[in-house]
Each structure stands twice: as structure tokens, then as C-alpha cells.
Design a protein around this ligand. Sequence first.
Ligand code: ARG
Length: 281
Amino acid sequence: MTISDVAAASTPISQRIPSTRHYAMTPPAHFAVEYAINPWMDTSTAVDVERALRQWNTLRQTYLDLGHTVDLVEPVAGLPDMVYAANGGLIVNGVAIVARFKFPQRDGESSAYAEWMTAMGHTPRYTKHLNEGQGDLLAVGGILLAGTGFRTDEGAHAEIAQLTGLQVVTLHLVDPRFYHLDTALAVLDGTTIAYYPPAFTEASRAQLAQLFPDAIEVGSADAYALGLNVVSDGKHVVLPAAATGFAEQLRQAGFDPIGVDLSELLKGGGSVKCCTLEVHP
Ligand code: ARG
């Protein structure tokens, strides 16, 4: 599939069809806000680990109820952000790429996720440049949308294109609140995305509008609830419960929104998608 194929094919609204997915999640057993590496994090905020675990379990159960597979990754003490499994890497086209984190506080997660990949039968691959896995690398219809500006280096985009054999579209993020691509853009199916335009440069917005003429543009209230941090199976869209405006837009577009409260994990600057690493076939 090439970039122009993605733009040409769009799914009729009446035909939203779910497909069974394979996810990996890491329980927030050691969750904390001990450092602040994004504007959502405030080290003076108290964190309730029991509540985080309950909310996380509801998310996991939601996927299981939808018929998806959820693998569990063993959490490691001293790595409070490990619950944000999306950042651990990218598995697509049979290639498993391990994250190279920007901040030293998250360094240790790379080996934990590499071990998990190895246990799954993959050979973990590494990039020379920084890459924060599916936080910034989103597969859609046989191509990859790749964010840069805060975490993942643009240099990693080329390395990842090489490693996966997929075409990569570089998108520039400009607002520190939306520091990972998955906080500003949601993949809903192979041809449909939703995004928050102010999070991108003018040029990236133009590129998105051209590639995805049916894209849903999300307003500030939903974006600031991390409403775009969703997981979709092509029909059911699991999203932060507070993003009620976006939920309505999804309904209008023929999707089935399922709100989940992850307010405890929002304290670390993440929500539904951040907690979910999709293993693409
Ligand atoms: N505290 C984590 C960080 O700043 C949150 C990561 C959220 N993950 C995501 N996929 N956006 O790195």
C-alpha cells in the first residue's frame, strides 16, 4: 500500500467493521509521578496506585470483552512509566523495534520490553536515533505516521522505514501538551484518523488533510482530556470517558465509542492508547 492508496480508499460510514486485535499491557503496579517529563506531570500530585490498577483493569477487561487478546508485560519496580506500554516499541510487519527513550528515567524500560519481544519469538531491533515506539509511530492502512518535535527524532523515521519496509510520513508536533503523536492523532481504521490540528505545524496539517480527507477534527476540550489517546478495532473506539464531544463525533461517523475512566493514569500524561501496545499482524 502506498500513501496515495491510503488517501484514495475510504470506508463508507455504514460499514464500520471491527477486527480482532492483539495488545500488550503492563499493569501499573509501580505507577508514580516521581519526575515531570511532560506538562501533565506534577510531582506534588498524590497518586493512588490501587485506583490506577482498578482503572487499568477496567481497560483490560474492555478489550477482553470485545474479543481481543491482551498479553501482559511484567512491570519492573523503579520504572513508574512502564504502564505506558505503547512507548515500549513498535511491532509491525513481523519486525519488532525497541524504544530508545529521550529521558534517562525511562531508559530501563527498553530492556524490559526487549525481553518481552524476545519471549514472543521476535528479534528486537534498535534504532540509533531516539524513538518512543507507538507513542510516536502509528500504523494506518499499510503506512506509518511518525511524530517528531518532542520525543522521537526525525532521524529514527528513516531508520524505521528501512527496518519495516513501510512508507513513513513525518509529522511535526508543536505543542508540548501533545508531546507524542498518539496524544494528538488517533487511528480509527485503515483509512480514517482523528486529530487536533493546533498540535501540528501548518505543513503537517496540510499533509494530513490531503492524506485523510474524511479525518475527524477534534476540539480543544476533548484534546485536553487526552481524548485522542484511543484504541480502535475499526468499529469500537475505546477512549477517555471525559472526551464526550469526540465520542459524539465518533457516533456520527458510525463508530461505537466506549468511554473508560483512566483519570489516575492521566496524572502521568497518558491514557487509553498510551497504556496499550498493539501487536500488528
Ligand atoms: N509519563 C510518560 C512520559 O512522559 C507518559 C507517556 C505516555 N505515553 C504515550 N504513548 N503518549 O513519557
